[in-house]
Write a protein that binds this ligand. Structure first.
Ligand SMILES: *[C@@H]1O[C@H](CO)[C@@H](O)[C@H](O)[C@H]1NC(C)=O
Ligand SMILES: *[C@@H]1O[C@H](CO)[C@@H](O)[C@H](O)[C@H]1NC(C)=O
Length: 216
């Protein structure tokens, strides 16, 4: 009987990990102490008596990111790394700037759902469902004030459809959502994924793979 309870307990514990996003807080706040040498899932708490209002503050999201790069976009992230008060709270924020015709290339956040709104301009946004749902592409054109959600873990992208700069604000359901940019991870890993593997995976000549790898 007790063995059954232990096994049931383990199954329940595993389920709650599998279905949860960031763990729920067990106190009012746990402001990140980036100087602590202790490694935990998250960041160690600063002594609550030493916590200041500034620990809950990030300044600068009114500033445009520099979009003079290959893709024509720039993400200003406000995660636990930039705002220590986010530690254990399961949420973060970002500003995304787009040059005319700029894109935020296909990427995924391994730990977060993302909800996005357009502040300025017009965007084409989309995400691709998992293999189970036949990799269906779901896209929408968004105007100022429209809100769109990218479900946790799915590959998604945005493109500026206008001839002016565009700006979006996004909230994410993790203090540290993480980003995997598909092109960089697949063709720009360090060291490279062997080209013959990618040639077979993408069903192209190996020289096509070498050419793409050389860009990253
Ligand atoms: C994004 O913009 C910031 C601020 O202008 C700049 O420091 C950073 O290098 C830019 N990042 C990319 C990837 O262009
Ligand atoms: C933006 O980034 C480009 C490329 O790195 C750089 O040449 C340019 O000076 C930057 N612009 C500003 C305003 O910082």
């Amino acid at each position: 009987m007790s063995r059954f309870l232990i096994i049931a307990g383990l199954v329940l514990a595993t389920c709650s990990i599998a279905f949860a996003s960031d763990p729920s807080p067990l106190q009012d706040f746990c402001v990140a102490d980036p100087n602590s040498p202790v490694l935990v899932n998250g960041v160690v708490c600063k002594d609550p008596k030493r916590v200041q209002a500034n620990d809950f503050l990030f300044r600068g999201l009114h500033l445009m990111g520099n979009t003079s790069n290959n893709v024509g976009s720039n993400v200003t992230a406000v995660t636990v790394a930039e705002l220590p008060g986010l530690n254990t709270l399961g949420i973060s924020f970002a500003r995304i700037d787009f040059a005319p015709m700029g894109i935020n290339p296909p990427h995924t956040h391994p730990r977060a759902t993302e909800i996005l709104t357009v502040i300025e301009g017009r965007l084409l946004v989309g995400f691709v469902t998992s293999n189970q749902l036949d990799n269906r592409l779901i896209t929408k054109e968004l105007n100022k004030g429209d809100v769109f959600v990218f479900p946790e873990g799915l590959i998604h992208f945005q493109k500026n459809l206008g001839n002016e700069y565009a700006v979006a604000i996004a909230a994410l359901s993790s203090q540290n959502p993480g980003v995997i940019t598909i092109a960089n991870a697949v063709f720009g890993s360090n060291p490279d994924i062997p080209a013959d593997i990618l040639a077979k995976a993408f069903q192209v000549d190996i020289n096509v793979i070498y050419q793409i790898q050389s860009k990253f």
